[in-house]
Design a protein. Structure first.
Length: 272
């Protein structure tokens, strides 16, 4: 007998044994069909019961978890959500860009403005809420929002306290527009007086007149304009500090009444 024939014999014997086992099982089910059916039914019932219990436990745990989370994120006294709301840990960044006028002299001669973009200057925003008070059913909370900013040098292109840009002298420009509107209705003496006041205003506004050079930091947080300081004594409605961002900063120091609390959890992510 060859070597290949001898190696196939054990394998063939295994196949024969497997076939006999199947025949034996079939024979058992043929002899006891009721017992086999009951066994299969019991196994299937147990499997479904185990699956049902597992799904029930999962549903219970999911609901318990959701209830626990909902209770903790509610903005009511003593919850973890309220503690996080009072002092937000999520980083908020604001980027500022400016346009630097590079041909101010040519503009005065009639040329089109040429500007270059300067920035970004990045500030991180820190928000804290103080004086939290709730209404009777705890559905509305009142609080004072305090916002502070810290400069982020690594994310910025320069130093806002040293970088300067040339920009439109807004107070002087507004004054020019107002004077142009009234000159036509004035007599010679009145016109001479107005033009004299305009020349004094130009001197107060610096050598640039219609344009001025300012530090970026002053543009953001406000600066005292000489022209406004001169006329503020007679016009109380004018602000004593001029700046784009500083006006927005002042609006944060007020009481805010967002509609949320016990009833409206979905508003949580939209309230600052």
């Amino acid at each position: 007998m060859s070597e290949s024939e001898s190696s196939q014999e054990p394998y063939q014997e295994e196949l024969v044994n497997v076939a006999r086992g199947r025949d034996k099982a079939r024979g058992c089910c043929r002899r006891h069909p009721v017992a086999c059916g009951v066994t299969l039914l019991v196994v299937a019932s147990l499997s479904l019961a185990v699956l049902g219990v597992a799904l029930g436990i999962r549903s219970y745990l999911d609901q318990t978890f959701r209830d626990t989370v909902d209770q903790q994120v509610l903005l009511v006294p003593g919850t973890e959500g309220t503690k996080q709301f009072e002092k937000s840990s999520a980083p908020l960044y604001t980027k500022f860009y400016f346009f630097n006028v590079t041909n101010s002299d040519q503009i005065l001669a009639g040329a089109k403005p040429v500007v270059t973009q300067v920035g970004p200057y990045v500030y991180r925003e820190w928000r804290t809420k103080t004086n939290l008070t709730w209404n009777g059913n705890e559905t509305v909370v009142h609080y004072d929002l305090n916002v502070t900013y810290s400069f982020e040098p690594s994310m910025s292109s320069g130093d806002p306290k040293h970088d300067k840009i040339i920009t439109l002298n807004i107070p002087f420009y507004v004054l020019l527009q107002q004077i142009q509107g009234i000159l036509g209705g004035l007599n010679e003496d009145e016109r001479g007086l107005v033009l004299h006041l305009l020349e004094e205003a130009r001197k107060l506004s610096g050598e640039g007149g219609l344009f001025t050079e300012l530090v970026v930091y002053d543009l953001l947080f406000g600066y005292n304009d000489p022209l406004l300081v001169y006329i503020i004594k007679d016009i109380e409605a004018l602000p004593d500090v001029l700046g784009d961002w500083v006006k927005k900063l002042k609006t944060f120091a007020k009481t805010i009444n967002p509609l949320f609390g016990l009833e409206v959890i979905s508003f949580m992510s939209t309230v600052g």
